[in-house]
Design a protein around this ligand. Structure first.
Ligand code: PLP
Length: 399
């Protein structure tokens, strides 16, 4: 049975071209990028080429690209780094951060920690379609606000947030403030990189996070773009690598892989072709599911979403049961609920969108990648309606 992977928002396979670029750095070119000898220089050259590849994609300077262990670390560095720097200058300073209720835990959990450090955090609500509203951003800004962190694309429902418009609001507020009171803008662009324009000046962001394993690169490598002049303290201390902002011996092979993966994203014609195909597959799936499965719901805005994402709720069934039954058919998808400490928590994203907890439990996310085909969609369409019908028959909840 051919296995079908439809969970590309969780992770993507490493592209053979990426693997090819990485391989020498595990063997012949294994040096430490900080070593002065030729082994080290070879590794350093690999790292710096990757930095340029990322800088080209983001249209920034290569010195503004910092390599990390992944987007979780990038987000931690952006939020903790900025807040702690502000506090270091003035210990008594009141600090306020704005984020959204639908961020990835790599932002929400940082905010939870920041609250323990007496930082005030505002979680912006979202519309039923899963979008942050600009009026809410404006209303939330206070004199103490120093940082706004809003994700570019949501990982569960694929909605594209109005980053440029938020940046415009921040610019207008900053025009009336001194340098010390400036609001900085961070975006988690992990789920956007495959589909959206990530040029940082065009977006108007001061910091932006990326992860290699969502763009056909290796796991365990990420990037934080930090615009020159953004005041930030490191959160990891040691050998002063990455200009002292992120100590630790560079993951050379991983960084080289990230550079190559990002470079592939700069091939605009190829990306356009890939995404047109992905959109066709996704639209076919959505159309057929809504037709074939009674009371199926599509979550998230219809237009303001990336082409790779479809997120459904099926009433009176558990998303986990669907996931497991599809897995037995060789099809991998995911569900919005998070299994934590033995209990199933409803998705915080769907909850913030106003989906009721009973319905949230029946959520299934299907995310497409560049290797998916029409046959994959047809196989899913062949088995999913039957699975939902069987589970509904077994459900004690009255239909
Ligand atoms: C939106 C978003 N941010 C951050 C992360 C964390 O990235 P990493 O796995 O590189 O730590 C993910 C991964 O699922 C994500 O989807």
């Amino acid at each position: 049975m051919k296995r079908i992977y439809l969970d590309h928002s969780a992770t993507t396979p490493v592209d053979p071209k990426v693997l090819r670029a990485m391989k020498p750095y595990f063997t012949a070119d294994f040096g430490n990028a900080s070593s002065l000898h030729s082994f080290g220089q070879k590794a350093r050259a690999g790292v710096e080429k990757a930095r340029e590849q990322v800088a080209k994609f983001l249209e920034c300077e290569s010195k503004e690209v910092i390599f990390t262990s992944g987007a979780t670390e990038s987000n931690n560095l952006a939020l903790f780094g900025l807040v702690r720097r502000a506090r270091a200058l003035d210990l008594k300073r009141k600090v306020h951060v704005i984020t959204s209720a639908i961020e990835h835990p790599a932002v929400l959990e940082v905010c939870r920690e920041l609250k323990k450090e007496e930082v005030e955090v505002t979680y912006l609500p979202v519309s039923r379609a899963g979008l942050v509203r600009l009026e809410d951003v404006k209303k939330a800004i206070r004199p103490e606000t120093i940082l706004i962190s809003i994700m570019y694309v949501n990982n569960e429902v694929g909605t594209i947030q109005p980053i440029q418009e938020i940046s415009q609001i921040i610019k207008e507020v900053n025009a009336g403030r001194g340098k010390e009171d400036k609001i900085y803008f961070h975006t988690d662009a992990v789920q956007a990189a495959n589909f959206c324009d990530c040029r940082v000046d065009w977006l108007g962001v001061d910091m932006l996070s990326l992860s290699a394993h969502k763009i056909y690169g290796p796991k365990g490598t990420g990037v934080l773009f930090i615009k020159s002049g953004t005041p930030l303290l490191p959160i990891i201390f040691g050998g002063h690598q990455e200009r002292g902002i992120r100590s630790g011996t560079e993951n050379v092979a991983g960084i080289v892989g990230m550079g190559r993966a990002v470079e592939m994203l700069t091939d605009k014609n190829e990306i356009k072709k890939i995404n047109a195909n992905i959109k066709k597959l996704r639209d076919k799936l959505v159309g057929e599911i809504l037709k074939k499965i009674p009371s199926a719901i599509l979550n998230g805005d219809l237009k303001q979403r990336v082409p790779g994402n479809a997120n459904f709720c099926f009433k009176n069934v558990e998303g986990e049961s669907i996931l497991l039954m599809l897995d037995m058919e060789g099809i991998a998808v995911s569900t919005g609920s998070a299994c934590s400490s033995g209990s199933l928590e409803p998705s915080h994203v769907l909850t913030a969108m106003g989906v009721s907890p009973e319905v949230t439990h029946g959520s299934v996310r299907v995310t497409f990648g560049k290797d998916n085909s029409r046959e994959d969609v047809e196989r899913l369409l062949k088995v999913l309606p039957g699975i939902v019908a069987r589970l509904r028959k077994m459900s004690p909840i009255k239909k």
